[in-house]
Design a protein around this ligand. Structure first.
Ligand code: SF4
Length: 227
């Protein structure tokens, strides 16, 4: 499989945020979100055999722990990534899969926690979410909406209500988009949508969503890679 990087850091944006986690970032993405902070993963990387990836994960986190498969869009390499997830599970790792929701997810092993994006109107990639993926959701999965403004918020609010999603997944994450050129200050001034506005909207509408901040951008320089 084509791999951009494998590293250990703190999980930054889900209900697992703050936990030590090994990230396996696969190369390539077929979308171009306006706020993408992983453009460096679109090309390049190195070809690695499945066993080589397993050895590197074991070196960083011997004997188990949390592993996130991310990208890019990891499901573009479905033929390689599904056996990788199966072998990580067999080796007692808890596996997260971060995915755009555009690729089919039905074949993802059921023990894997899927963190599935639904792209909002101002993401630059609206209407790319494959609705049949709603059938692949399991109670431990999470849905994530990255929001730039009120229009994105209303889309996300209505999407979860119209599809009855609050009862179907473990968490629904509403995450303010970060400026992709952000660097320097480790605070929310780089958020395209003020988290305080988002908090007030969620409270006013009683939306069953969790406000999620990308904590790695509040811990390290927002432009830092491999963290
Ligand atoms: S799907 Fe993810 S990796 Fe691809 S462009 Fe969007 S944010 Fe970036």
């Amino acid at each position: 499989m084509q791999v951009t990087e494998i590293y250990k850091s703190l999980q930054g944006e889900s209900t697992h945020a703050g936990l030590s986690c090994v990230f396996v970032r696969l190369t390539g993405c077929n979308l171009r979100c306006s706020w993408c902070d992983s453009e460096f993963s679109f090309q390049g990387g190195q070809k690695m055999e499945l066993q080589e990836v397993l050895i590197e994960v074991a070196r960083l986190s011997p004997g188990g722990g949390l592993v996130e498969i991310t990208g890019g869009e990891p499901m573009l390499q479905e033929r390689e990534v599904i056996p990788l997830m199966e072998q990580l599970l067999d080796a007692d790792y808890q596996v997260l899969l971060e995915t755009s929701g555009e690729r089919p997810l039905a074949r993802v092993p059921k023990q894997v926690v899927k963190i599935v994006d639904v792209k909002c109107p101002h993401s630059g990639e609206p209407d790319t979410f494959a609705l049949e993926n709603l059938k692949a959701l399991r109670p431990h999965d999470e849905l994530k909406f990255v929001l730039t403004d009120r229009t994105d918020y209303e889309f996300a609010r209505d999407f979860i209500l119209n599809h009855g999603l609050a009862e179907r997944v473990h968490a629904i994450l509403f995450s303010p988009a970060f400026e992709k050129t952000a660097s320097g200050s480790r605070d929310t001034s780089h958020c395209q949508l003020d988290p305080q506005d988002l908090a007030q909207w969620i409270l006013a509408d009683n939306v069953p969503a969790r406000l999620s901040l990308q904590i790695h951008k509040l811990i390290w320089d927002p432009a830092a890679k491999g963290v």
